[in-house]
Write a protein that binds this ligand. Sequence first.
Ligand SMILES: *Cc1c(COP(=O)(O)O)cnc(C)c1O
Length: 303
Amino acid sequence: MHFKLENSINEQVILSENPGVELYVKREDKIHPFVSGNKYRKLKYNLLEARSLGHDTLLTFGGAYSNHIAAVAYAGKLFNFKTIGVIRGDELKGKVDDNETLRFARSNGMQFEFVSRAIYRTKADAGFLTGLNEFFGNFYLVPEGGTNDLAVKGCEEILTETDAGFDYICSAVGTGGTISGLINCSKPGQQVLGFPALKGDFLKEDISKFVSKTNWDLITDYHFGGYAKINEALITFINKFKTEHNIPLDPVYTGKMMFGIFDLIEKGFFKKGTKILAIHTGGLQGIEGMNAVLKKKHLPIIE
Ligand SMILES: *Cc1c(COP(=O)(O)O)cnc(C)c1O
């Protein structure tokens, strides 16, 4: 079982104001066109485990714009697993054609089970999982957002020896799996900063389950009101960043992280001479879906 991967290279972002710090972006978004960024890292060892346990079906959870749902659907097709996506929001049933992510997942063979938000919240309960097993038979369960021990192990492969010279490693945070892997493979003297894309104090505790080092922190000022919430300032930033640096950012994760990094640089958070490596965790497949929402609201779109 092997993904054909492109190299993940570090590109320097030339900062116009010359703030005395250096910023590089690790282009994990470029490693695969559909299983991009951290979603590849998080799936790798889970798919190997599913195969070695003899499973032929993957079941996972996600929202309607989930990068994880798109990645699982595509990876499943590539490696001959049936895939089942338990999708948050029963109002989406019958509306798959209107949603870019779900349409992509279905075209790669994913079967959906739409559930209400109330039921979705119980997805970790034994009773709910037993019900899914009775209905769908045996499956390998990939948790929401793909985070488990094997996912963290995959994310420990994001940093390489050549990244040892960076003072700060920055990453967007959803469920915390990616930053956990980054913390585990960080070098002594490096600081890992996470930028949560959602509100909530549970993240620190979740991350602590996967890591033993203490060289990390969460910067919680840049979630823009919550998961998948965005405003015009963020859209303007993402568009300007792409024009000036030729790097596309997604609105849910990497856009917020980079907005935060730029704001921190401006506020003098980083000492002169600091070298920062920001991980581009991908997520670009979600832009189209977000633009459809923005158009309906008569807001500017992501270019
Ligand atoms: C899923 C995702 C994240 C969050 O990763 P976690 O491991 O859940 O913290 C960050 N960036 C992008 C682009 C993602 O798709």
